[in-house]
Design a protein around this ligand. Structure first.
Ligand code: SF4
Ligand code: SF4
Length: 207
């Protein structure tokens, strides 16, 4: 049976180190994932989807199915293509991702190290906005003002939690939400030459 997560002692396939022991970025960049991180992620993301789903359900199952289709199409396919395929975790072996978000999404495309293009960033944000703003229409139609305010608060809290727990440690520097410092990125590049080379042509890594 295949493991649920990659071996935490084993360097990434993009990494030239022989061992993760004593790695200078081991504390700053999360290269390995575990069940606890995944549960945390689901815990702070699920309330918004349940609340949004309830409002849409009140307008009929077909609408709910459309939203579920948007969620699946975006998080399991579109986002994987435009954003995750740039992530060093995407370069690992296996048919599906084993990370703290998008766990189980297929590796349908090849690994594409380096920055996202402008088009990819537009698709990334447009898709995210479509999925997250879709329930707003139904809060308004069903005059669920309290639920709407709660939804906005929960989405904001989930976003801030993600920024503080994940985006500041994420190895996918291509993601527009990534806030790993330039200093840490450079240390990661030293150990991951494949990633470093792909970034050489664009090199504003200070954003
Ligand atoms: S950069 Fe390489 S050595 Fe350091 S923690 Fe990540 S995979 Fe391990
Ligand atoms: S960018 Fe995030 S969600 Fe996508 S593969 Fe990397 S760690 Fe997973």
């Amino acid at each position: 049976m295949s493991k649920l997560f990659i071996d935490p002692k084993q360097p990434l396939l993009t990494c030239k180190a022989q061992s993760c022991e004593g790695c200078p970025v081991g504390e700053d960049v999360v290269c390995h994932f575990n069940g606890s991180q995944l549960i945390h992620f689901l815990f702070f993301m699920m309330p918004a989807f349940l609340l949004g789903g309830r409002a849409i359900f009140l307008s009929g199952i077909p609408m709910l199915l459309i939203w579920i289709g948007l969620i699946v199409g975006y998080f399991l396919f579109t986002e994987i293509r435009v954003m995750c395929s740039h992530c060093p975790h995407y370069a690992e072996e296996g048919a599906s991702l084993q990370c703290w978000a998008n766990y189980g999404a297929s590796r349908l495309w090849k690994y594409r190290p380096g920055p996202m293009s402008i088009t990819e960033k537009i698709i990334f944000f447009a898709g995210l906005a479509l999925v997250m703003l879709f329930p707003m229409v139904f809060f308004i139609i069903n005059t669920m003002w309290f639920d709407m305010i709660l939804y906005i608060m929960i989405v904001t809290a989930a976003y801030l939690t993600m920024r503080n727990l994940m985006c500041n440690h994420c190895m996918n520097f291509a993601c527009p939400l990534n806030i790993v410092s330039k200093d840490v990125r450079e240390k990661f590049f030293e150990r991951n030459p494949v990633v470093a080379e792909a970034w050489q042509s664009d090199i504003d890594i200070s954003e």
